[in-house]
Write a protein that binds this ligand. Structure first.
Ligand SMILES: [Fe+2]
Length: 251
């Protein structure tokens, strides 16, 4: 079953217009089990949410992102968020909800779910929208039209993402977001730690919407290769965006 077919078949009740297609786009297609011999499998819980596969080799994004960083980031950091999310959900009233519904419904004091649910969603999205350079192409079609209408040009979008990623103090994410009330309107913002635009009970109103693209600016995402040169890392990542996947995430 391809992704679009899966999206049509998966009507997630209660998650809202923003959440439903993202569930299948990220989690439904990302639940393939990892090799049981890897640290990822050892970290991931056997029930509940599971670690999605990258969809490409650890070294596929070199030199933008080096193999060791990708391996540690996926098999240790992301797997850790999944494991801690499942632990936080044991006996919790929000257990059983889709990840997007959970993120939309939590409050600022739901620390375990906020940090680890956000960590799981954000990284699943990040892996999805990256691609080896040989496959990278620019935005096209409706996505390109919406980028031009919202930012003036594709270069202006890239500048906005670079600015958001570079100016985030400490750890967090830079986002390209679709306005859920005005689907033609896209905007860029950044959030701290593992927060994201789905968290309506946490982030500011003008940061809320449907995340289409996230850039991880935690130091664990780049420090081995770039040390403190976050700007260089962000520029390299922006050259590895799978714009077809970004477009497919639009409502
Ligand atoms: Fe990360």
């Amino acid at each position: 079953m391809d992704k679009r077919t899966f999206i049509k078949l998966s009507g997630m009740a209660g998650a809202g217009l923003v959440a439903a297609p993202l569930v299948s786009g990220l989690i439904g297609c990302g639940n393939a089990p990892v090799d049981p011999g890897t640290p990822a499998a050892q970290d991931a819980a056997t029930t509940g949410f599971t670690l999605p596969e990258l969809g490409y080799a650890h070294d596929a994004l070199e030199p933008a992102i080096d193999r060791q960083t990708m391996k540690i980031h996926h098999e240790r950091h992301h797997a850790g968020y999944v494991r801690k999310l499942n632990a936080a959900l044991e006996g919790h009233a929000m257990a059983g909800q889709s990840l997007e519904a959970l993120l939309a419904g939590l409050g600022p004091n739901d620390t375990g779910l906020r940090n680890n649910g956000g960590g799981h969603f954000n990284h699943a999205l990040f892996w999805k929208v990256l691609t080896p350079s040989s496959e990278a192409t620019g935005p096209s079609g409706m996505l390109a039209d919406r980028i031009t209408a919202s930012f003036g040009s594709q270069d202006a979008l890239l500048d906005a993402l670079s600015q958001a990623a570079g100016s985030r103090f400490g750890s967090g994410w830079a986002w390209l977001v679709q306005d859920e009330n005005q689907p033609d309107r896209l905007f860029v913002c950044s959030t701290a730690n593992q927060d994201n635009p789905l968290m309506k009970g946490v982030v500011e109103a003008d940061h809320q919407g449907r995340p289409l693209l996230g850039i991880d600016v935690w130091e664990h995402a780049y420090y081995l290769n770039y040390q403190n040169r976050r700007t260089d890392y962000v520029a390299a990542v922006l050259n590895r965006i799978n714009w077809s996947e970004v477009a497919a995430l639009m409502a």
